[in-house]
Write a new protein. Structure first.
Length: 465
């Protein structure tokens, strides 16, 4: 096939927030395609270093002077505020501003895209597809919301004709894509700054499904209420093939057995009338479901099911998705990106299944004031699955504080659910707190979408003192 070229206005792009998970992947693919990539980020990082290794210019801090006058576009995400000095400078110079989703959509032109959307599991499912398709020698392009095994491994420009992309529904930007195959893992009320009701979420997903190319396929979870409702609404769409997967009767791709084996699972499915058994190298029922969604999507593109099932065993995890950070003094430290109650519950249940009689200690950092306001009670209830938990202050990300919304909402709910939980307002004290609690055989889980991930190495270091 003819290698895809550069999308319009992407010869010399400037990324504001180039170190972010989604932005860095697009920047890397553009650099691999020959673009002169530049950008800025609030702080230096391993991801920024990886981009420099691909020839990108990365400035630290945001300043108008970082934007070159000959830039052909400025790429932004929904997290970039209107008062950013580089964005203001772009307006002065008349440089077009391109949303991240439009840039990603341009990268997919001329290829066969698989877009992975839905609540909980997008990064994992996208990663499973990227790894397994690569293992089969298909060399797909991909853009993932997390690193596979090293900084900058969240994206790749491949020579094959498949493009696997994580499709973000949080800001409706997934409406920009026209996939050949789309996956919807589930739909729940989340992203409260952009969606006021489940009806709005359903409508947004219907728009996404409507972008699937004629003759394309929607792969959708059969046993998840939100996903099932979307499937019901779109099943009559002309030119759309709908494939359901799950453990329940009636699923097109039926999961008949999930057998936990320590930190892995063995999964048996019936697909196209044939039974297949394969290994998923991460624990937990929800990760098994993610693997089956990936299997169904690959088969929809014409890849033999038995080949893909075998290749899915090559996936060994993605950073921050139940990632083992290390072991010290007989204590394992694991990092989890879970920040929504459903994700928290799923990861805690997965770890509980693998832990046996070991204690589970959680360090949880709530993510966003709006999410805590809407779901703080449910977060606290999820923490009751741990033996003990320490709750940090809310990580604000892009939001300003909301009066009266603090971590105390979560702590109160957790205690009401019977949890042993305490507050810790000083993040730097957490390593000492956990070292004082942990005993040989315990599992420590750092959990949340913010910078709680940085605490793993500190906890391990303190445990070795």
């Amino acid at each position: 096939m003819t290698p895809p070229g550069l999308p319009n206005a992407m010869e010399r792009p400037h990324f504001i927030g180039i170190g972010g998970a989604g932005m860095s992947g697009i920047a890397k693919i553009l650099a691999q395609r020959g673009a002169q990539v530049a950008g800025s980020d609030a702080k230096d990082s391993e991801t920024a270093g990886a981009l420099r290794a691909h020839g990108a210019t990365v400035h630290i801090g945001h300043a108008a002077g970082h934007l070159a006058q000959d830039a052909t576009s400025v790429v932004v995400s929904s997290a970039i505020r209107a008062d950013n000095p580089e964005l203001a400078r772009a307006a002065e110079l008349g440089i077009p501003v391109v949303h991240r989703s439009d840039a990603l959509a341009g990268l997919m032109d001329g290829l066969r895209p698989i877009a992975v959307a839905g609540t909980h599991g997008k990064t994992t499912t996208t990663s499973m597809l990227a790894v397994s398709l690569s293992a089969l020698g298909l060399d797909p392009s991909y853009a993932i919301g997390g690193d596979l095994d090293a900084p900058g491994s969240n994206a790749h420009h491949g020579e094959g004709d498949i493009f696997v992309a994580e499709a973000d529904e949080s800001d409706r930007s997934f409406h920009k894509y026209t996939p050949q195959v789309a996956i919807i893992l589930n739909a729940e009320l989340d992203h409260h700054a952009n969606y006021a009701s489940m009806e709005e979420i359903y409508a947004s997903f219907e728009t996404f499904v409507g972008k699937i190319v004629p003759g394309g396929t929607l792969v959708v979870a059969h046993g998840q209420a939100g996903a099932a409702e979307i499937a019901r609404r779109v099943r009559g769409n002309e030119g759309l093939n709908v494939v359901t997967y799950g453990e329940e009767e009636g699923a097109d791709v039926r999961i008949t057995k999930i057998t936990p084996r320590g930190l892995t699972s063995e999964v048996t499915v019936v697909i196209d009338g044939r039974m297949l058994t394969f290994t998923v190298s991460v624990p937990g029922r929800h990760y098994a479901h993610n693997a089956v969604a990936a299997l169904a999507a690959g088969v929809a593109l014409g890849i033999p099911a038995h080949n893909l099932a075998s290749a899915l065993g090559k996936y060994t995890g993605v950073k921050r998705r139940l990632q083992l950070k290390g072991e010290a003094a007989g204590v394992q430290v694991i990092d989890s990106y879970a920040h929504h109650p459903t994700e928290m519950t799923a990861d805690l249940e997965a770890i509980r299944g693998a832990a046996g009689d070991s204690r589970i200690l959680v360090v949880f950092q709530p993510h966003l004031f709006s999410r805590t306001q809407e779901l703080g009670k449910e977060m606290g209830q999820a923490l009751a699955l741990a033996d003990s938990a320490v709750v940090l202050d809310i990580y604000p990300a892009r939001e300003d504080p909301i009066p009266g919304i603090t971590s105390e909402i979560i702590i109160t709910a957790a205690r009401a659910a019977g949890a042993d939980v305490s507050a810790e307002h000083d993040k730097t004290a957490v390593a000492d707190v956990i070292a004082g609690m942990a005993k040989p055989g315990d599992l420590v889980l750092t959990m949340g979408a913010g910078d709680v991930t940085d605490l793993g190495p500190a906890i391990l270091a303190r445990l070795t003192d």
